[in-house]
Design a protein around this ligand. Structure first.
Ligand SMILES: Cc1cc2nc3c(=O)[nH]c(=O)nc-3n(C[C@H](O)[C@H](O)[C@H](O)COP(=O)(O)OP(=O)(O)OC[C@H]3O[C@@H](n4cnc5c(N)ncnc54)[C@H](O)[C@@H]3O)c2cc1C
Length: 400
């Protein structure tokens, strides 16, 4: 296992940290007060080469590793999880296409969006009101009509939808086959695509989500990614990859909570001492630091496995739930360490708390991650022999 970056990737990671210091951190609080999507910052991220890192070189992208992407997401997440989500949502939208589309399809539908003067955004459209964790229940339909498909349905919670130019849409082409009947389509913003309700959120207010309505939307048959019925498999492979990105944003949030709390604890005096000198505060800081370190290693390992072409399903689930739980716990601890100031919205901790909560919910809730991880553990255990035996009258116990 080797988490070292190439020279090009190291420069990218440094650029992401500098970008965060210059553009994200100073404006995060002000923008979220007005619920603004940070359009100019996303455009600057495009220009700084921080977006679409996984798109292959032949399709106009830089073809970077997932490991390198986690450095960028951790850096931007440190500045503001909402802005990191806005910057990273293209990875989620385009990942099914990188996984399942041909290079010619990527050149036709993705390259023009990411290589133009103004970077354009994509949106990943899986969730529906009656299909959340149970993504196999999507009811959006795609029906073949000669050399076109006609798409009808409503998606919800779709990140960046109101500002997107291309929608990656999961729709059923054969409802009776359930998950085996789901297909995935590239749907350019066109006649019949409209926005519904804009979601009003607790945190990550620097990202935007809305319902997307597809009404008799016609797309050429070559907008189908892979074959009919490949959609669910492609969605699961996508999430195995992109969850490392969420874990990286979460690591950034957990680190920021630690840094803000430690800074406060070293300057805030009570009873004649900096509060960090009290063991109750010091031990909390130590636990926060250990959580950050563990979250970072799990995240990098999940990304590294994917880069090696290895199955990372269990490890990306570990990384996602551990890192986002770490972010939530560290944000809660930071509020507590700052006392009354932690609860004021002029101070940084309360935003971390609100932003962290979403990391435990989107891209598969943390319960669902535990379902994924525990299924993998139980499957692996079938071929385990720990050597432990209970003997009954000289024979192995019947249950072992
Ligand atoms: C801000 C935001 C941005 C989002 N962005 C996108 C996006 O860009 N594209 C997209 O397609 N979706 C997006 N989503 C949707 C998100 O992925 C879903 O909200 C999430 O997968 C959970 O689905 P649900 O909200 O319908 O909850 P439900 O599936 O109804 O779950 C409700 C509760 O039941 C639990 N639960 C469900 N099944 C199980 C189980 N088998 N075992 C144990 N517990 C279970 C869940 O963990 C949860 O606690 C976004 C959501 C939000 C809030």
């Amino acid at each position: 296992m080797d988490f070292s970056l190439t020279e090009k990737e190291q420069k990218l990671a440094e650029r992401a940290r500098e970008f965060t210091r210059q553009y994200i951190t100073p404006r995060a609080q002000e923008l979220e007060k007005h619920d603004e999507f940070p359009k100019d910052i996303v455009q600057k991220a495009y220009e700084a080469g921080l977006m679409n890192l996984h798109i292959p070189v032949e399709a106009g992208g830089p073809g970077m590793s997932l490991l390198a992407e986690t450095f960028v997401s951790e850096a931007t997440g440190y500045g503001c999880a909402g802005m990191a989500t806005s910057i990273m949502c293209n990875n989620l939208a385009f990942a099914p296409l990188v996984i399942g589309a041909t290079i010619d399809q990527l050149k036709t539908y993705v390259k023009p969006l990411i290589t133009g003067k103004e970077g354009k955004l994509g949106a990943f459209c899986l969730t529906e009101r009656t299909a959340g964790s149970d993504a196999a229940s999507v009811a959006t339909k795609a029906v073949r009509d000669r050399d076109e498909y006609i798409i009808n349905g409503v998606k919800c919670f779709i990140t960046s939808a109101p500002v997107a130019s291309l929608f990656t849409v999961f729709a059923t082409t054969q409802p009776e086959l359930k998950h085996k009947g789901i297909s995935v389509f590239m749907v350019p913003k066109s006649k019949g695509v409209s926005m519904g309700h804009i979601e009003n959120k607790v945190g990550q207010r620097n990202s935007v989500q809305s319902e997307v309505i597809f009404q008799d939307v016609r797309v050429p048959a070559d907008c189908l990614v892979g074959k009919e019925g490949d959609g669910f498999k492609i969605a699961m492979k996508t999430l195995d990859k992109t969850r490392a990105g969420i874990a990286a944003i979460a690591t950034g949030v957990a680190q920021r909570a630690l840094d803000e709390a430690a800074r406060f604890a070293s300057v805030r005096h009570q009873f004649g001492h900096p509060i960090g000198e009290f063991q109750g505060i010091g031990f909390t800081l130590a636990d926060m630091g250990a959580r950050v370190a563990a979250a970072r290693q799990l995240t990098r390992y999940a990304a590294w496995l994917a880069d090696q072409g290895k199955d990372n399903s269990k490890d990306s689930a570990f990384a996602k739930f551990f890192a986002s739980d770490a972010a939530m716990q560290n944000a809660t601890d930071a509020v507590q360490i700052m006392g009354g100031y932690g609860y004021l919205n002029e101070w940084p901790a309360e935003k971390l708390l609100r932003d962290a909560k979403l990391l435990q919910i989107y891209e598969g809730t943390n319960q669902v991650q535990r379902v994924v991880a525990s299924s993998a553990i139980l499957k692996e255990s079938k071929s385990l022999d720990t050597g432990f035996r209970v003997k009954y009258e000289g024979r192995d116990a019947p249950i072992i």
